[in-house]
Design a protein around this ligand. Structure first.
Ligand code: AMP
Ligand code: MG
Length: 480
């Protein structure tokens, strides 16, 4: 452990590796054959207080896991999780937490390598990641950040010079992920299921200290912790839904206590609006469909409440009552966030008592007319009508008149309704250029455009055009 600033500006203080043994395994990243830094996030590096010029020129071997930054103490974290409803023991099977970096203004961030080789938790997996999926996580997580959505971030992607065996051979790569922490609902499930009561308390205290220090002095800090996590998740899910984001694999191991979006696997953005939109090839039941996200978040939070139960009261009935009372707050938070956010998307300053019906009727008309979610809201915020079925629908024209009567604030709307999102076909195109032709220029162009999502880019049409068929044929894959 080192508190002093070291080379590149790192300042590690690794508190997670000072928790009890069961929470992690010490593990070194796999050595890469030939490291090559292909993407580097200058802006993020600078905001972390790092020397970005030095990292960009000399960081390749570090970002591939070949050499360790001074002060890092790599560990793989233990956790469990419900995956598609089934409980499993998991853990970092292809990731190494290098440590926690303290920024010049005192903020703490996990620095993690993903795709950096096998650990004790790898099960059948090889511990590796393909270049395409790591670039995809970089692009989409950074786009989410620019959209104002809490998320883990991406500092770098480095190739390893090795091949990864999937359906085909893929170039191997390592992503450097930056997160408020990697504590998941599944970490609590692990502590509750596999460790003794003291470890559960230790994890809860650690989480309070790290993410909710203001709650420590509450009369019932663990109940307050649950309630705070519920609030953050309700807020997060609304943010996702109001940019058309579908996480795709909302297993309990992919839900953070910090309220950040994590694990960009089969996620994707919806083109034409429909509650039943699913992109993930393995989500055949639509468990994680666009419109299912609030319900599945609630399901996951119920698993968190169960894991925390023994901390609420020694009397089980009382503990259950506290858990239920907390979980009951989710629906109210969700509705409040949803209505507030929709008012902003529609530029409405004064709440009306029938807003829920009013907003939902617009969405229903969009669904009926297969309207593109992003472009419809953007057109409304620009006071324009599109040459599309929705805008010719008599019911919509009636709705539009009622809406205009509420004197929408178009300036506000243009800061809430993005012009550009990482549309699936755009992302696929840049990944193909990078992976197949070693051409990163188009990736970098897309990243630059996505950094300013509320501004129309120079060649707007190219970035704003929805997929053919509203993207219905698009499929994403896990096991990346
Ligand atoms: P994910 O679907 O990315 O959330 O991963 C679920 C679990 O599988 C986590 O415990 C991962 O660490 C593990 N995992 C995913 N891919 C691999 C891989 N290629 N090798 C080892 N473990 C993996
Ligand atoms: Mg995961």
């Amino acid at each position: 452990m080192s508190h002093n600033k070291s080379r590149f500006g790192w300042k590690f203080d690794n508190t997670y590796s000072r928790l009890s043994d069961g929470f992690f395994e010490r593990a070194n990243p796999k050595r890469a054959q030939a490291s090559h830094l292909v993407l580097f996030n200058d802006e993020l590096a600078q905001s972390l207080g790092l020397n970005s010029e030095e990292l960009k020129t000399e960081g390749g071997d570090f970002f591939s896991g070949n050499v360790l930054f001074e002060g890092s103490e790599p560990i793989a974290l233990a956790y469990a999780g419900h995956q598609f409803g089934h409980f499993n023991m998991l853990g970092d099977g292809r990731a190494h937490l290098l440590g926690e970096h303290i920024t010049p203004n005192g903020e703490r961030f996990d620095i993690q390598l993903k795709g950096s080789g096998p650990t004790r938790f790898s099960r059948q997996g090889d511990g590796l990641a393909g270049l395409g999926p790591m670039l995809r996580e970089y692009i989409i997580s950074e786009a989410m950040f620019a959209l104002g959505i809490p998320t883990t971030r991406s500092l770098a992607v480095a190739t390893t010079g090795e091949q990864v065996v999937r359906e085909t051979l893929l170039p191997g790569a390592v992503l450097t992920r930056v997160a408020r922490s990697h504590i998941r609902v599944g970490t609590f499930q692990y502590a509750a299921a596999y460790e003794n009561g003291e470890n559960l308390r230790e994890l809860a205290d650690y989480t309070l200290q790290r993410h909710f220090p203001e709650l420590i002095s509450q009369p019932e800090p663990y109940v307050s912790l649950l309630k705070a996590v519920i609030e953050r998740q309700a807020s997060l899910i609304v943010k996702w839904m109001h940019v058309g984001f579908i996480h795709g694999v909302m297993n309990t191991d992919n839900m953070t206590l910090s309220g950040e979006t994590i694990d960009y696997g089969p996620c994707a953005f919806m083109d034409s609006y429909s509650l039943s939109t699913v992109f993930s090839s393995i989500d055949r039941q639509g468990r994680y469909a666009y419109g299912q996200q609030p319900a599945i978040a609630m399901w996951n939070l119920t698993r968190l409440a169960e894991a925390l139960l023994s901390l609420f009261s020694t009397d089980q009935e009382k503990a259950i009552a506290k858990a239920e009372e907390s979980l009951d707050t989710f629906a109210g938070h969700l509705q409040r966030h949803w209505l507030n956010s929709m008012r902003e998307k529609l530029g409405i300053g004064v709440a009306g008592k029938d807003d829920m019906i009013f907003f939902t009727s617009l969405l229903e008309l969009m669904e009926k007319n297969h309207a593109d979610f992003t472009n419809t809201f953007r057109a409304l915020s620009k006071e324009t009508m599109l040459e599309e079925p929705l805008f010719k629908d008599a019911e919509f024209l009636k709705w539009h008149k009622d809406w205009i009567a509420r004197k929408p604030n178009f300036d506000l709307m243009r800061t809430r309704n993005p012009a550009v999102i990482p549309r699936n076909h755009l992302v696929e195109k840049v990944l193909a250029a990078a992976v197949e032709k070693d051409d990163y220029s188009v990736t970098k162009n897309l990243i630059a455009v996505l950094k300013q999502p509320f501004t129309e880019p120079a060649n707007a049409a190219e970035y704003m055009k929805p997929a053919i068929n509203g993207g219905e044929d698009y499929k994403t894959f896990c096991g990346t």
